[in-house]
Design a protein around this ligand. Structure first.
Ligand code: CUA
Length: 331
């Protein structure tokens, strides 16, 4: 029974105590079991201490001489200690077995092949997300938002492009370190539609705290629709303003780091921006994806996320306005 779920702050998003998938549910079961066993033991021991302290209270003068032990009292004491030790060992075994079973269940889950694979690469400080496809034109690249179909097990293949990061969406699955040069596999299944926040869980530099992501669980047909749309190239700018905005993008610093499908921008240093406007946040969950935030980010990302690889950009007046207008067409 999860009474903890009744405590405010223990439920909702980004908490391992409120699982929405089988991986996190296994972990939550073990956590709850250990929590209730240890809490009960703690409470019993504390009660015994309180009783012992308050049962007989003497002033110094009234203090009787220490009681002599008898054979019977020795036997009783030995039995009490023996039984307590037995219970302790039994409880430790129960917790050990529960922990082992959870580890085994998650391990089995993670090694089973799944029809859908998503590649996740940790970067300082954002997440590159890739939906592989045998047809290169259908490969989908995005960042910081991982769309998955509800109720379907998804195979996550992860690694890091620089330092050690840790992929953790507490409601869905346990932590998994992403290490440079080492591939890791885990299974995610989300049984409840919604935006599930995740966070890098391994200190990876100055902006580690600003390395969030969202797992967006949606019904299967909605997911398929999203995936098909994401595989398209960016729309061709249709008016003078967005055409100029695209030129600004392709002739300034932007093009050195970012990709926009269907244009000559094809660098992979920063996030793929082909469908930037379809994402709900920018800078790895740091800011809502609004025109104002995007403008601030483009002009001086360092004031928002010092140390990020996005340099300041000297853009003025119509150049900035048109660039923003163009970026907002990248649905
Ligand atoms: Cu990436 Cu902490």
């Amino acid at each position: 029974m999860n009474l903890l779920a009744a405590v405010p702050g223990f439920t909702g998003n980004q908490t391992a105590l409120s699982p929405v998938g089988p991986g996190a549910a296994h972990i939550e079961h073990t956590f709850s079991l250990i929590f209730w066993i240890t809490s009960t033991v703690w409470l019993l021991v504390l009660t015994a201490v309180v009783i012992a302290v308050y049962r007989r209270r003497y002033t110094l003068e009234q203090m009787p001489p220490p009681e002599r032990t008898t054979e019977a009292s020795d036997r009783f004491a030995a039995r009490a200690v023996g039984v307590s030790m037995g219970i302790t060992v039994l409880l430790l075994f129960i917790m050990l077995i529960s922990s082992f079973r959870t580890g085994h269940a998650i391990g089995t889950m993670n090694s089973e092949p799944q029809p859908l694979t998503i590649d996740v690469y940790g970067h300082q400080w954002w997440w590159e997300v890739r939906y592989p496809n045998p047809v290169p034109a259908n490969i989908v690249e995005t960042a910081n938002e991982i769309h998955v179909p509800v109720g379907v097990p998804v195979h996550i293949h992860g690694t890091s492009r620089d330092v050690i990061h840790s992929f953790w969406a507490p409601n869905i699955q346990g932590k998994r370190d992403l290490m440079p040069g080492y591939d890791t596999d885990l299974m995610l299944q989300v049984d409840q539609p919604g935006y599930w926040r995740g966070q890098c869980a391994e200190f990876c530099g100055l902006q580690h705290a600003h390395m969030a992501f969202y797992i967006i669980a949606q019904p299967k047909d909605e997911f398929e629709h999203w995936l098909t749309a994401q595989a398209q190239s960016a729309p061709v700018p249709s008016d003078a303003q967005t055409q100029h905005g695209q030129q600004v993008f392709l002739t300034h610093g932007c093009v050195l780091c970012h990709t926009i499908g269907g244009t000559t921008a094809a660098s992979r240093v920063g996030p793929d921006l082909t469908h930037l406007a379809s994402r709900s946040t920018i800078a790895a969950g740091t800011l809502p994806n609004t025109t104002g935030n995007l403008a601030g980010w483009i002009l001086n990302a360092q004031s928002i996320k010092p140390g990020a690889r996005m340099p300041p950009n000297q853009l003025f007046g119509t150049d900035l306005q048109d660039l923003l207008a163009y970026l907002e067409t990248l649905k």
